[in-house]
Design a protein around this ligand. Structure first.
Ligand code: SF4
Length: 392
């Protein structure tokens, strides 16, 4: 099998993992390499500051000894299998990098023979890239479930980011659908990575991915786990991946089930509120519930809490400003800065980055409301077209 044939198989196989790209999409790479119109495995990753970076996202191998019910690469599936040698993958990635086709590499893998055996190979690839070829770009390495702690440390030393996928937050779901994996082991790998990163004062970030919609976990369960892991310093970010049916399996939704993409989006919005807006998970969603689909979670919170509003723009502190729909961290800081140096006017608010279309219903300026609409009217304004069963 040629290296390009391997890339075709292993680039496609990596597309299921969102733990570096959010909901990534394929990039039509320029036909600059061996006259090819498309280069398999190159995806765009969305960075926190809104940039899109082309990454080579690939599995080291899709030969797996595990049989996770939801996974296209599971051992019981009859699919084309392939695996790289460290030198051929590192050489290929470096060629893409030198030609400007990629800015980074996301290297994951199925578990061939054992987690340690496969991770050794992945680390050898990473070492070739970093130490032999002088690769300075972004490198994301997956920690395989059950890998030796020493290998986890080596990954943290070589990578810009490492991730260990939790897949499901309830132990029961994990043991039903991924019998070879244990939550305790996966969290242990993240804890090990964090300890080592702190000891060595490295800047490597840690992430995980959970699958949404394949099991009974609610958004409350997912956000509670995310917040706990953030508070323990174990994660920079949790990625949510809407379940995309890949296998016919009685333990899973039907093959024709639609991926819950809107639910995934609401989870990302709520996660953003946990990390940057000072919200707690239980403020956004009740036990046993999912987030509302028709409203973003911040607006939904604001409409459920009329007692908190209006917020006076002239005097409110940073935390209160952040609770206003249409005001984010940057516009909240701008408001506070503008108050120190001049007078706030309604005309000037837009220039501070406030989305007045939303914020006007929740604020006053010098004691004067910017809109007279009542909360009931707001529901009509913000909800299209049916009412929400949320405000109970
Ligand atoms: S260990 Fe990973 S690659 Fe293997 S079946 Fe499970 S999810 Fe798929």
């Amino acid at each position: 099998m040629t290296v390009w044939e391997k890339l075709e198989i292993l680039g496609a196989a990596a597309s299921y993992d969102h733990s570096c790209t959010g909901t990534g999409f394929k990039r039509e790479a320029p036909a600059t390499l061996e006259g090819r119109k498309r280069i398999p495995g190159i995806y765009l990753a969305h960075t926190a500051d809104g940039r899109c970076l082309p990454l080579l996202k690939v599995l080291f191998t899709n030969r797996c000894r595990y049989d996770c019910a939801y996974c296209v690469n599971r051992a019981s599936n009859d699919i084309p299998r392939a695996g790289f040698e460290p030198r051929e993958l590192a050489g290929l990635a470096m060629e893409f990098y030198r030609r400007g086709l990629i800015r980074g590499i996301f290297l994951s893998s199925a578990v061939f023979r054992s987690a340690d055996y496969t991770m050794e190979k992945m680390l050898e690839t990473a070492r070739l890239l970093r130490k032999v070829y002088g690769f300075r770009g972004y490198l994301h390495l997956k920690i395989l479930p059950g890998a030796d702690p020493e290998l986890v440390c080596q990954a943290v030393r070589l990578a810009s980011r490492v991730s260990a996928n939790l897949e499901f937050v309830r132990r029961k779901s994990l043991s039903l659908l991924a019998p070879g994996k244990e939550k305790r082991v996966l969290i242990g790998a993240l804890a090990q990575a964090r300890r080592f990163k702190l000891e060595e004062e490295l800047s490597t970030s840690l992430t995980t991915q959970v699958i949404v919609g394949a099991t009974p976990e609610t958004d409350y369960d997912l956000l509670r786990t995310a917040e706990n892991l953030y508070r323990q310093g174990l994660l920079k970010r949790m990625y949510f991946s809407a379940y995309l049916p890949a296998n016919e399996d009685p333990r899973l939704p039907a093959l024709n089930a639609r991926p819950p993409l809107l639910r995934e989006r609401r989870l990302y919005e709520a996660d953003w509120l946990l990390r940057f807006y000072g919200f707690r998970y239980h403020e956004l969603v009740s036990p046993g519930q999912n987030l509302p689909l028709k409203l973003d979670p911040k607006l939904a919170w604001a409409l459920r809490h009329p007692e908190f509003f209006p917020v006076e723009l002239k005097t409110a502190d940073y935390r209160a400003l952040l609770r206003v729909p249409g005001i984010g961290p940057r516009s909240a800081r701008n408001i506070i800065q503008a108050r120190k140096t001049g007078v706030l006017t309604e005309e000037g608010l837009q220039a501070l980055g406030i989305a007045l279309k939303r914020a006007r219903y929740f604020v006053t300026l010098n004691g004067r409301p910017l809109s007279r609409a009542k909360p009931e009217t707001l529901l009509r304004i913000f909800l299209q077209p049916e009412p929400l069963p949320l405000f109970t």
